[in-house]
Design a protein around this ligand. Structure first.
Ligand code: G3P
Ligand code: CA
Length: 271
């Protein structure tokens, strides 16, 4: 029994589409994000890396090998690290066929292209995946966000969609927060220790980060409520099963992470 249902958000958790609708289209491509938007996702999630010529691109891995045809196009450039390729080279790659030939021609997106395709329709949650691998990446992200007005003044005018910057790298996320304190942050940590952290730890976290991540299988509604009582929001780890998604909703999480935004929205619709 998860105790009384505590709804941090009366409409139920906000749905974050993990790498886009990544069970229905090749992750982190225009196809995956357009499907997520069509499925009603409230937020588009993606991971950031940086090219050799310093451009932020949306890709989960630090190499191009798994999600593009880079080994065919550049056979002698192993291990095909993103950091060793220019944007022009990366733009020659097919980021869809690996998943399904029907998606041939999908490309790796730049951060700017990702913002543009979203066109304000949903929130955005870029993750600084490995900031220590990419010199200047955190400053680069802060500069790009400032350039496009993803700061509180435009949000105050409701003209910039909500954005959360997330990372497993606490130092990198703290550095980002110091550069652009008005942009909400989500601190990720494998093992999700935050949900049972001490009052002191939660009090300190709440001085700088907006949200922390939890795993609904390990948490209870009262643990979620306790973390929220320190002024922190709680994001669930990625779940795709309807029963786990409804557990996330019943435990009062603020946001739910899923590869299947259509399933999550259906679960929330019949609460
Ligand atoms: O961004 C949170 C979640 O995506 C962490 O897992 O490896 O899919 O980025 P990963
Ligand atoms: Ca991620």
């Amino acid at each position: 029994n998860q105790g009384a249902v505590h709804r941090a958000n009366p409409r139920g958790p906000v749905v974050w589409s993990h790498r886009g609708a990544s069970k229905n289209a090749p992750e982190e491509t225009t196809a995956a994000y357009e499907r997520a938007l069509a499925d009603g996702a409230d937020v588009l999630e993606g991971d950031l890396a940086q090219t050799k010529d310093g451009v932020l691109v949306v890709i989960h891995d630090n190499t191009l090998a798994r999600t593009t045809n880079v080994e065919e196009v550049f056979p002698d450039r192993a291990p095909w690290n993103v950091a060793d390729f220019t944007l022009a080279e990366i733009k020659q790659l097919d980021a869809g066929s690996w998943w399904d030939p029907a998606f041939a021609g999908q490309q790796i997106l730049t951060l700017h292209e990702w913002f543009e395709l979203n066109h304000g329709r949903a929130g955005l949650a870029p993750e600084l995946k490995s900031p220590t691998l990419y010199p200047g990446m955190v400053e680069n992200l802060a500069k790009e966000l400032r350039a496009w007005g993803y700061t509180h003044d435009l949000k105050a005018k409701n003209r910039a969609p909500q954005i959360w910057v997330q990372s497993f790298d606490e130092a990198g996320l703290r550095q980002f927060h110091a550069l652009l304190p008005e942009v909400p942050t989500l601190l990720l940590r494998s093992g999700y220790p935050f949900m049972t952290a001490s009052d002191e730890v939660l009090t300190e976290l709440a001085t700088w980060t907006t949200a922390v991540a939890g795993n609904p299988v390990q948490t209870t509604a009262s643990q979620v409520r306790r973390v929220q009582s320190f002024g922190l929001q709680v994001v669930s780890e990625v779940e795709d099963g309807p029963s786990l998604l409804s557990m996330i909703e019943h435990q009062g999480y603020d946001y739910m992470f899923t590869d299947v935004p259509n399933v999550a929205k259906a679960v929330l619709a019949d609460k």
